[in-house]
Design a protein around this ligand. Structure first.
Ligand code: GSH
Length: 207
């Protein structure tokens, strides 16, 4: 049985839960990072020295980094839809996943922490404006890609790229800020909302 370590309120844990829902994988969830299961516990740090969730245990195999976990699970199941076997098609899915984890995350983090989490450490008005503007600029790139495919980020169907970018699309809509009108992203969000995995894990949990 696969074990997922991490609180279900975490966006990075929810990527893995959404992936399991798409793949029909059964798992046990150990809610590390919530209650008494501290990420600073030596037993957890032995699995992930970054003190971050998610982590998975699959037999004696341990893996951290949410996007790597999603790729592992799709490959383990031999699912060529979420993660194509063809090197170029696969690289294009991974391109969006890496872009989410680096460029897109750096764009939205400050605004989200300030406007949704109300973090004291994210109270600089100019930095909030800059983050909102960057987040809109990055979502415009998503809009442009979706306008060309007419559906998901990749023209052949729903992939892991839609799981990881889809969760941030939800945050983009729920954060109280000015949003540029992006019709293809709006249609994308409606399509995402029809998927059971997104209905269950796509929405934000607690802090
Ligand atoms: N790059 C890592 C980031 C993981 C991460 O930042 N996780 C957050 C939750 S979304 C975390 O563990 N924060 C510390 C905490 O919850 O105490 C990944 O994608 O797995």
């Amino acid at each position: 049985m696969l074990t997922i370590l991490g609180r279900a309120s975490s966006i990075n844990v929810r990527k893995v839960l959404f992936t399991c829902a798409e793949l029909g994988i059964d798992y046990e969830l150990e809610e590390w990072g919530a209650g008494e299961l501290s990420l600073d516990d030596p037993a957890f740090l032995a699995l992930n020295p970054n003190a971050r969730v998610p982590v998975i245990r699959d037999g004696d195999f341990v893996l951290f980094e949410s996007n790597a976990i999603c790729r592992y699970l799709a490959a383990r199941e031999g699912d060529g839809n979420l993660l194509p076997a063809d090197p170029r098609q696969r690289a294009l899915v991974e391109q969006w996943m890496d872009w989410q984890a680096t460029e897109l995350d750096n764009a939205w983090r400050y605004a989200f922490m300030a406007l949704v989490r109300k973090s004291d450490r994210h109270a600089d008005a100019a930095a909030i404006d800059a983050s909102v503007s960057e987040w809109n600029r990055h979502m415009a790139m998503v809009d442009d890609a979706l306008s060309r495919t007419g559906s998901w980020l990749r023209p052949d169907g729903f992939t892991l790229a839609d799981i990881v970018v889809g969760l941030i699309t939800h945050r983009w809509f729920m954060t109280p800020m000015e949003r540029d009108p992006l019709p293809a992203v709006e249609a994308y969000y409606e399509r995402l909302s029809e998927r059971p995995g997104f209905q269950r894990f796509g929405v934000d949990g607690g802090p």
